[in-house]
Ligand binder design. Structure first.
Ligand code: DGY
Length: 436
């Protein structure tokens, strides 16, 4: 175990740049929002100053309206497409004047990341000071979501692009994407020069991804216009679980700091509404799992992915519903020949164990599920997720994603996507520091 910890620290040291950590050399050469959050949790175990620095840098790129972008382009790099000249975040009047970024966001992890930093740090006073000077920025980010991404005032926020979900090319998006009439763009992909194209989205998928962005850019990333016009408008259980978990963390942290009753009351009212609507709207009784909802067509997306189980992390289901959820998880994803946890339903015809978010195991989702299962005292299955994560990394390395099929993984002797991937290192470091 000590050897994995040592190697994880080496990966994080190698990927550190001046003030932030890249997710992976070559493939992802900038700062990514949810990557940064997970990375800070790992950094806190051996270098609290750097963990703080990682988060301050990301928050420094926050827009005037509270929005936090999914990529901050700190430097020029020609190894990534689409870069700052494509995204043109400056089109939005409230965009950061200091940093170039995207006009997209990613799952709101920062609330619970701040809380994790507090739990991990030995020097509580030091980290509390940091939290005090940054917590309002995270609160402002949540305020942005509820004010701008919830047009029907349901308590559930939408994402307007698959890149916002974090689960970029999940089969979940196929129907929306395939019925879009996107033009064929001419551009040079860079990702497929770093990673086998078999493991990445196709050219046609990229056309659709760019098309959604073109629509948003044509309207200067205006939220109201996006809500009216974007062909992609989805309430995502992963994204909303991260927001709800972060709300809960902010309530605890504001209590710790004291003297913020108004914000605590607002957070609590968001929570009550969000959790109720999440359970009423996003649980599919027949499937026994939480699902996505297509807000554009007003139809549920009746498929199961690892995102379906993330509400456990945010204490959303009742105990009874959690039992149903875990039964679904183990029947479809947890047979003995599989590593937990595939990112998409292995029993579905669109499952692909090699392709990015269409099936492979991801360590950040494993970390979320591990904590979720522990919340509901499913300690044995939580232990299995931890054991599988350690085995995958120990046997194959710090890959971006892994084949869930044990036999094939062992024959291949490697994972997929990028190597020396930062959040794989950061989150295994954190799991190894947990007792169970
Ligand atoms: C990519 O380039 O695949 C990223 O995940 C987009 O955020």
């Amino acid at each position: 175990m000590d050897d994995i910890k040592k190697r994880a620290i080496q990966v994080l040291n190698k990927n550190w740049r001046d003030g932030f950590t890249i997710p992976c050399e070559g493939l992802y050469p900038f700062q990514w929002k949810w990557d940064s959050g997970f990375i800070a949790i790992g950094l806190a175990h051996f270098n609290l100053e750097r963990a703080k620095n990682e988060i301050s840098t990301l928050l420094d790129a926050q827009w005037e309206n509270g929005f936090i972008p999914h990529i901050v382009f700190h430097n020029d790099s020609d190894s990534y497409f689409p870069g700052p000249d494509f995204h043109r975040s400056y089109l939005h009047p409230k965009a950061s004047k200091k940093y170039r970024s995207t006009g997209l966001t990613q799952p709101p992890v920062l609330g619970f990341v701040l809380q994790k930093l507090y739990q991990i740090a030995k020097d509580k006073e030091n980290v509390l000071k940091f939290i005090k000077s940054n917590i309002d920025k995270v609160y402002a980010n949540h305020l942005y979501f509820y004010a701008n991404r919830d047009p029907n005032k349901e308590g559930l926020v939408y994402i307007y692009h698959n890149w916002e979900s974090g689960t970029d090319n999940s089969p979940m998006w196929d129907e929306i994407i395939n019925t879009m009439d996107s033009p064929e763009y001419t551009f040079e992909r860079r990702d497929t020069s770093h990673v086998d194209p078999e493991q990445r989205p196709s050219k046609r998928e990229y056309d659709h991804y760019l098309h959604i962005l073109e629509i948003a850019k044509n309207h200067k990333y205006n939220d109201k216009k996006i809500a009216q016009l974007s062909p992609f408008l989805v309430q995502d259980p992963l994204f909303n679980s991260m927001l709800i978990k972060s709300n809960e963390a902010l309530i605890d942290l504001y209590r710790l700091i004291g003297d913020e009753n108004e914000k605590i009351n607002t957070l609590k009212s968001w929570q009550t509404k969000a959790i109720k609507q999440f359970n009423d709207k996003l649980f599919d009784k027949e499937l026994g799992a939480y699902i996505h909802f297509n807000l554009r067509s007003e139809k549920p997306i009746r498929m199961i992915s690892s995102s379906s189980f993330t509400p456990l992390f945010a204490n959303i289901p009742s105990e009874e519903r959690a039992d149903i959820l875990i039964d679904t998880l183990m029947k479809r994803f947890g047979t003995k020949d599989q590593y937990l946890c595939a990112s998409f339903d292995p029993t579905n015809e669109f499952y692909n164990p090699k392709k990015y978010w269409r099936g492979p195991v991801w360590i950040n989702l494993n970390w979320i599920l591990y904590h979720g299962l522990k919340n509901y005292r499913y300690l044995e299955i939580a232990g299995r997720i931890k054991k599988d994560s350690i085995e995958l990394i120990d046997k194959f390395g710090f890959y971006e994603y892994f084949d869930p099929d044990k036999k094939r993984s062992i024959e291949n002797e490697h994972g997929y996507g990028g190597e020396n991937f930062s959040w794989t290192a950061a989150l295994i470091l954190d799991m190894l520091n947990e007792k169970t």
